[in-house]
Design a protein around this ligand. Structure first.
Ligand SMILES: Nc1ncnc2c1ncn2[C@@H]1O[C@H](COP(=O)(O)OP(=O)(O)O)[C@@H](O)[C@H]1O
Ligand SMILES: [Mg+2]
Length: 394
């Protein structure tokens, strides 16, 4: 996959993490990618061309993106999605958008209840501002989930709302018959506390999470765009949709072998800094087996807690594109994290738009100018840039 030109040697730079990962011997130990840089430094242009437009020219290549940037009422990938004949899948909290069911069978495909439990756990944690469930609560949730699934064995697909009543009746399950009254009581309390958390979540985000998954969520096309640009920046909605979408994608890929999929997280920070990182990380091996390459795009690394699962995920990525980071501490973070040479941090502070430091595996880094075709330029340049170029205000 052509990226652009090595600024020093003026030679072409090409790299495809999927091909590099599948080569024998492997050229990279992970197909994951990190794209980083200030707002307006060229991250999205690079991501759209190198990780969406160009790979989609190839056979059995697919892309999926979580599109966070609002451009006049919809995401910035809308135009691109339509160019491939697909409508973006839009999410809104007011019930006008698409719904994702946390208990969708696509999520449990191949993992049984394990995947569903992981996901419910993460979503409950997101709803509690990153406070994890304790062991009692996890047990109560698992019991309620098991009961819900059993109740719906024959009938319709269960949804999150079906789990709620079962969270209040955990203690009467046969499995717990031998427990002391105190333990039964503690389990009952734990069930209620999870119920209240999930109930609040459904009150606030019912339009998003209450009910069966909308029919337009399919992921069979060459390009799937999850438009999350209208979701609030704060709160669990964005990371919850990212987590559910991620699990859905894994389920879909299990029934569709032989494809390679680039999954792009614009505002990847939502994944890297929150509890979803654990979910993504625990599914790493599975993801690789299914030909999934995750591309995390974010502004700066200094917000990501050292030692967190998000940080580990970033360090594992073997392909990095670092755009301009004007703040010295951000440039230094990148240079340290990706083991760049000593002068590179200074270079990062002054990079021009569309220029970045590129590195894969343990090779030395290169200063690359990303080069686009006229069509790619047209579809990747933001309106703001057009206006600026034409001297139009606003
Ligand atoms: N490869 C490139 N060559 C020249 N200019 C570019 C290139 N990529 C991006 N730009 C310029 O930078 C602007 C911002 O790019 P964008 O990808 O939207 O940045 P980011 O996603 O980092 O905020 C574009 O509108 C364009 O004017
Ligand atoms: Mg962008």
């Amino acid at each position: 996959m052509v990226i652009g030109r090595d600024v020093l040697s003026r030679t072409m730079i090409a790299h495809d993490p999927v091909t590099a990962y599948n080569a024998s011997p492997r050229l990279v130990s992970s197909p994951n990618v990190v794209v980083i840089g200030d707002v307006g430094s060229g991250k999205s242009s690079l991501t759209k061309t190198v990780y969406v437009i160009r790979p989609l020219l190839l056979n059995k290549r697919r892309a999926c993106t979580f599109d966070k940037k609002d451009r006049g009422g919809e995401g910035e990938y809308a135009e691109l999605a339509r160019a491939y004949g697909h409508e973006p899948i839009k999410f809104a909290v007011d019930g006008t958008g698409t719904r994702l069911n946390l208990l969708d069978p696509m999520i449990s495909r191949g993992t049984g209840m394990v995947g569903q439990m992981q996901l419910l756990n993460v979503v409950a944690r997101l709803a509690r501002e990153d406070q994890a469930l304790n062991e009692w609560e996890e047990e109560a949730l698992r019991a309620a989930l098991r009961r819900t699934v059993a109740e719906h064995q024959e009938g319709r697909t269960p949804t999150l709302a079906d789990v709620l009543p079962n969270l209040s009746r955990v203690a009467d399950m046969d499995d717990y018959a031998g427990l002391s009254p105190q333990a039964i009581d503690a389990l009952h309390q734990a069930g209620l506390s999870v119920r209240f958390t999930l109930n609040t979540l459904l009150q606030d985000y019912g339009g998003l999470l209450d009910g069966e998954t909308s029919k337009n969520v399919d992921l069979r096309g060459k390009l799937t765009v999850f438009d999350i640009s209208q979701l609030p920046d704060q709160g669990p909605a964005v990371p919850a949709v990212m987590a559910i979408g991620h699990m859905w994608l894994l389920g879909r890929l299990r029934e569709d072998r032989g494809w390679a999929t680039n999954c792009i997280y614009e505002e990847g920070w939502h994944i890297a800094a929150g509890p979803s990182a654990q979910l993504a990380r625990s599914n790493q091996k599975l993801s690789r087996g299914l030909g999934l390459s995750n591309v995390f795009v974010f502004h700066k690394g200094t917000d990501i807690p050292p030692g967190s699962p998000g940080m580990a995920m970033i360090q594992e990525a073997q392909t990095v594109h670092v755009h301009r980071q004007t703040l010295r501490e951000d440039a230094l973070w990148a240079a340290r994290t990706f083991a760049f040479g000593t002068d590179t941090a200074q270079q990062i502070e002054r990079l021009a738009d569309g220029h970045h430091i590129f590195k894969y595996a343990s090779r030395p880094e290169t200063l690359v100018q990303h080069i686009r075709s006229p069509w790619e330029t047209q579809i990747t340049d933001t309106d703001e840039a057009f206006k600026a170029a034409a001297g139009i205000q606003g």
